[in-house]
Design a protein around this ligand. Sequence first.
Ligand SMILES: [Fe+2]
Ligand SMILES: [Fe+2]
Length: 299
Amino acid sequence: MKFAVINDLHAQFAPDSHQPGYPDANRRAAWMLRQFAAGGSLADVDFVIGAGDLIHGEDIASIRSELNAFKPHLEKFAVPFYPVCGNHEIRQAEGDPAYEAPYREAYGDDRFDYVIPAGPVEVIVLNNAGAFHVTAPRREARANALKRMLQANPDKRKILVCHIPMVPLRERDVLRRSFGFLSYINLEVELNDLLDEAGAAVPLVISGHLHITGMVERRGVKHLVTSGTASFPHDYAVVTVSPTAIDVEVRSLPAELHEPKSNIHGPPRYATGFTDAAHPTHDLYLRGNDHERRFSIKL
Ligand SMILES: [Fe+2]
Ligand SMILES: [Fe+2]
């Protein structure tokens, strides 16, 4: 059982797209998506998860037109595709029916919080893309959905995929400044409480949103974030699951597609690139250390 996780493509395929997006993001998004079509280099995976921000939507009209323009790329896939809601798919309006409508139209009503069977394990998809903008009813429904999915099928270990990371992927104060948005981490404590209760049942959490790559361990759970393709260093993940292990490998897009100006944690957005104690160079801050990019979890 092998699946790929792609995220933060920030594609602007709609012909009327005029919002400023990420430099050359469409070229990289198109390359990434082509790999899952017949004959593509990743057409042998069992399925693909799109971990949010696959489009660069800003308001209801642009979200709808970008989702429509994205669809023909998915139709060429030789393997099943499972979406995860990102903030750019709903403009952080989690729980707002008007903003959630284009996503529902594109992917179906059952693609916010759901479970993907993955051989020896199952993948739990959770929508936490609204971050702290979440409505109170949705916040409660979100926690109940996670609880329900964690409690179902107790014989299966689970991998959680949600757009916004559950833990800080770099030194907390540094990351808050380098990312520049309060959504650098999921701020609703009840979700981490549920993960704490689940313990070893959920050995891996996969997210996007930060536009950097890293893995940190919290209470025995490995939390992986991949940069996605819009921002340098343009990473995605391949996850292989056997009855005895989950093997994670982060891969970069081909070097000829790289665009260092797409970095949001250093120049040109900031005069100098951020670093922290565990990532003493800016390159390591963006890519993560080797053990963050390739690791194995025993089942
Ligand atoms: Fe993003
Ligand atoms: Fe995001």
